[in-house]
Design a protein around this ligand. Sequence first.
Ligand code: ZN
Length: 211
Amino acid sequence: MFIGHFAIAFLLMYFFPTVPYWVPLIGVSFPDLLWPILILIGVEKVSIKYESPLQSDVNFLNYPYSHSLILSSLIEIGISIFVGIITKMILAVVVFLLACTSHWILDTLMHPKDLPILGFGKRDKKIGLGLWQKGMVAFTFEYIFYAIFAIVFLKNIYVVSFLILGSVFHLANSNSFFGFTKKNPFRSKRTYAIFVLFGFCAFIFFSLRIL
Ligand SMILES: [Zn+2]
């Protein structure tokens, strides 16, 4: 999931208006900011198919540090304390953690059964509802989810800008739902990881320009 994660940032901005906007924006993105870095340095594993651009054909082999419920939360608690020190706000710690956790929960809708609960040990379970298998449903659901939260929770002056921003990024990502190109435009998992990192950073950057 990409733009759908930012729906929860809008919700957190609404309920915690005193917390700086960058906290929920980076929080909801955090697992997907960490993941590309861990892929690039070889700590987490992914494989992509060169003959398919579909998100459902990306195989997330191992990503316990960035995308498990428990192990990731432990890392995120550390980062959120750092966020609390920077902002000098205990509330920012809570908002950052809620934002990070929402990422994992929303990812369980889209991913196949590859999201670890513990992130360690032999008894670990992996979950996921696999909505990505149904490209049209996943694409429509993610956009409507994003748009409803933008309309309900953002201040009126920001709604149109964020609907445009979300539409541009969601359309830019549409090949991964529908497979318009027969081949994968990403020639390696490293370029794919860099694209994910760039995508989230760009969305956060433009969001902060609007707000
Ligand atoms: Zn993710």
